[in-house]
Write a protein that binds this ligand. Structure first.
Ligand SMILES: O=C(O)CCC(=O)C(=O)O
Ligand SMILES: [Fe+2]
Length: 331
């Protein structure tokens, strides 16, 4: 394997999807090596249109610039919490690791599946919140439709990434196809505003955590105070997507699915340095990719050595996420 790879390489997804057999094999080998080592990638050549993302950024900033009372109209009141608007510093991702971490210096807007799969999962009452209807913002006008279109775009990138991951795992390209037809992926548009006051000790834009799902796809603006991933040597490396690029990172579900062969890596979003604190604003949109609620997460055959037993029993994707969320609320 290529030992001179950058810690977090940039992969051209289009060249994988439409390339020659040699190109595909070379890209898959780089992805496999990177997923084992650090679980973070940058992709170019994907299907999310940059002009469209520029519009998402403009409309998102316009949304967040509104008074709190307007934004709170889109806060969920029912049992489905991963929907709609959540205010500044109301959640702390560092807490998912069981630490008493400060709250994150961001506000967020969440969307769940835009197709209605409620009837299909009616026999699994625990699935109801994962397939709950969305709360779509009508202010600024058209923002709700923009978020739905963005969700659709990310769905396509996710489907393409599953193909790349399948080949990188030595599986048939369509291995995951049957498990992502009714997925419960979550879109989150995060706004990291400039700060008038210094943060509390240890308080970050996003506290260190791992993601729960299969993978996360991140689109982001270029701003001071950005994403960092922890490398195997313990150092924190900045991860910045340039225009037209997306960041991909693996989540805990993929680590379990691959029998710990691939890494779900710790990451965080740091504060801007010094004076930039009062001026830097950042927008990131994460697509937290989950398969179907009832997809079986059992060790991928190519990740279990001959004669060895898988490390974890089979669990459904829904059960995996529910267990992670329950654990994150403890303490
Ligand atoms: O804002 C970012 O770049 C990443 C945020 C993140 O890691 C998360 O929300 O899980
Ligand atoms: Fe994350």
């Amino acid at each position: 394997m290529n030992v001179s790879l950058p810690a977090i390489p940039t992969i051209n997804l289009g060249r994988f999807l439409r390339g020659s057999a040699e190109e595909r094999a070379e890209i898959a080998a780089t992805v496999a090596e990177t997923c084992r080592r650090v679980g973070f990638l940058i992709i170019s050549g994907h299907s999310l249109d940059q002009d469209f993302f520029d519009r998402v950024v403009r409309e998102s900033f316009a949304f967040y610039d509104q008074p709190r009372a307007v934004k709170d109209r889109f806060h969920p009141t029912g049992p489905a919490r991963q929907r709609g608007y959540h205010g500044m510093a109301t959640r702390g991702l560092g807490r998912t690791l069981g630490q008493d971490a400060p709250l994150d210096l961001r506000e967020s807007y969440f969307l769940g599946p835009v197709d209605d799969h409620q009837a299909h999962f009616a026999h699994i009452p625990e699935a109801a919140t994962s397939y709950a209807p969305n709360i779509l913002p009508d202010s600024p006008e058209g923002f709700g439709e923009t978020l739905v279109a963005l969700y659709r775009s990310f769905e396509q990138v996710a489907a393409d990434m599953y193909r790349l991951f399948a080949v990188s795992l030595g599986l048939p390209e369509g291995y995951f196809d049957g498990m992502i037809q009714r997925h419960f992926s979550i879109l989150a548009a995060h706004h990291y505003p400039p700060l008038a006051e210094p943060p509390e000790p240890g308080q970050l834009r996003t506290g260190a955590h791992t993601d729960f799902g299969a993978m996360t796809i991140l689109a982001m603006t270029e701003a001071q105070g950005g994403l960092e991933a922890r490398l195997p040597d313990g150092s924190w490396a900045p991860v910045q997507a340039k225009r037209g690029e997306l960041v991909i990172n693996l989540g805990d579900m993929m680590q379990r699915w691959t029998n710990d062969a691939w890494a779900s890596t710790l990451h965080r979003v740091v504060n801007p340095p010094g004076l930039a604190m009062a001026s830097s604003r950042r927008l990131s949109v994460g697509f937290f990719v989950h398969p179907d609620y009832d997809a079986a997460i059992s060790a991928i055959p190519t990740c279990v050595a001959a004669g060895e037993a898988p490390k974890y029993p089979t669990i459904t994707a829904g059960e995996h996420i529910a267990a992670k969320i329950a654990r994150s609320h403890k303490g």
